[in-house]
Each structure stands twice: as C-alpha cells, then as structure tokens.
Write a protein that binds this ligand. Structure first.
Ligand code: ATP
Length: 210
C-alpha cells in the first residue's frame, strides 16, 4: 500500500480511473487526479487517455500516441498517479464501460473520476447503464460548470470532490499553442517539452488525426 493511503476495512484496493482526451493534458487534470486520490484515500489513480474519443471526433488534434506520451511525462514522479495505455491500444471507440471491465478485479474497488461538465452529459455514453455496477462515480468541480445534482446520471449517486477551481481547458490551450503563445504553468513541463519537440498544436496542424 502506498504511504498516506488508508486501506479499506475489507482489504480491497481503491483505484481511481480518470479518463480523458488529454489533448493536451493540463494542470487541472493533474490537480483533479491528485485531489480525488487524497479526498477518497485511493491507493492510486490511473489516467487513461482515450484512443478514439468517439464523442470528440473531428476536434481531436494530437495523435493518441502523443497524448499518451504527454500524460506519462506530466505524471512522472507524482506519487499515486499512473497511466494506462489500455484505450490507446484497444481498437475501436473508447467506451468507458469496457475500460472499467478491463480494470476490474475481485479485490479492487473502482472509482470513476469525471469533471462536473462530463457528469452532466454522460447519460449519452454507450454502456452507461453498466457503469454503476462497475465503479463509484466521483465528480470533481470544474470552474464555470456546476450542474445541479439533478443533472447527474439518474440512479447513480456520486461522491463530490471539491478541488481548487482552475479555469483551464485543452481547447483553450490548443488555441494558445496555435498562436504561438506559451503554455508554461498551464501544461506540466514534461508535456510542454513533448509539444515543442513533436511540433504539436501548431496553427497548421490538421484536425481529426486522434
Ligand atoms: P477539451 O477542452 O478539449 O474538451 P478538457 O480540458 O475538458 O478538453 P478532457 O481531456 O476532455 O479535457 O478532460 C478529461 C477530464 O478532466 C474530464 O472529466 C473533464 O471534466 C476533467 N477536466 C478537464 N478540465 C478540467 C478543469 N479545468 N477542472 C476540473 N476538471 C477538468
């Protein structure tokens, strides 16, 4: 067990699962993962970049391998955070229920971490009806998006985790990068390096190559 965590009385591992497009990963992603781990005494939080984020087709800019590399670089050395290539390596659209099924184990309790904006729209996900049987829902605050409880998926009461509100989004960061504006402080240093080295998010980058 990792230092600073509390093992559940039944001895099961407590694993947070935090999916996203991470196009690019930014500081609010890291804060959300770290704070959810602290607040819920999770053994670890696994960040899972989507291979084919089917609901964002047409707006994804960086290839999946680059998004995975950025998340790996951004979480390097942060206690309790891990990255899984599961969705990047799986063919077809990235459905969360399949990811949770793949990560399920008898002695493991899964916590699906989402931002408040995602919680409000996840009723449209393929396989949503299977999720309550696979994981506890954890909703983290997001600056500017505070849906009422009534907008959470019905029949799936969620835990809410309050995090420092960081009004940053990947969409804005792609726009900044395309203008040649700096990303320092908004994107973790390792990911900034990858963006520069691989020439991601330049104004001439094509969309839809995710
Ligand atoms: P985009 O602007 O391209 O839609 P994004 O910034 O929302 O991207 P995603 O990779 O789609 O980033 O988000 C992954 C997860 O992180 C989602 O559950 C989302 O709600 C959450 N998240 C993203 N940004 C924030 C933020 N600023 N505060 C809290 N949660 C966030």
């Amino acid at each position: 067990m990792l230092p600073g965590t509390v093992r559940a009385p039944d001895g099961s591992e407590r694993i947070g699962v935090f999916g996203g497009t991470f196009d690019p990963v930014h500081v609010a992603h890291i804060v959300a993962a770290v704070e959810a781990r602290r607040a819920l005494a999770l053994d670890r939080v696994v960040l899972v970049p989507a291979g084919d984020p089917w609901q964002k087709r047409g707006s994804v800019t960086a290839p999946a391998a680059d998004r995975l590399a950025m998340v790996r670089a951004a979480t390097d050395g942060i206690e309790g955070l891990e990255v899984s290539p599961l969705e990047v390596e799986r063919d077809g659209p990235s459905y969360t229920y399949q990811t949770l099924e793949a990560l399920s184990a008898p002695d493991r309790r899964l916590f699906l971490i989402v931002g408040a904006d995602v919680a409000a729209t996840m009723h449209s996900w393929v396989g949503i009806e299977r999720l309550p049987g696979l994981a506890t829902l954890v909703v983290v605050d997001r600056a500017g998006d505070q849906p009422a409880d009534g907008e959470l998926p019905p029949g799936w009461p969620g835990e809410r985790v309050s995090i420092p509100r960081l009004d940053v989004s990947s969409t804005e960061l792609r726009a900044r990068a395309a203008r040649g504006w700096p990303l320092h402080g908004l994107v973790p240093p390792g990911a900034v390096r990858i963006i520069a080295e691989r020439g991601l998010y330049r104004g001439d980058a094509g969309a839809g190559v995710g």
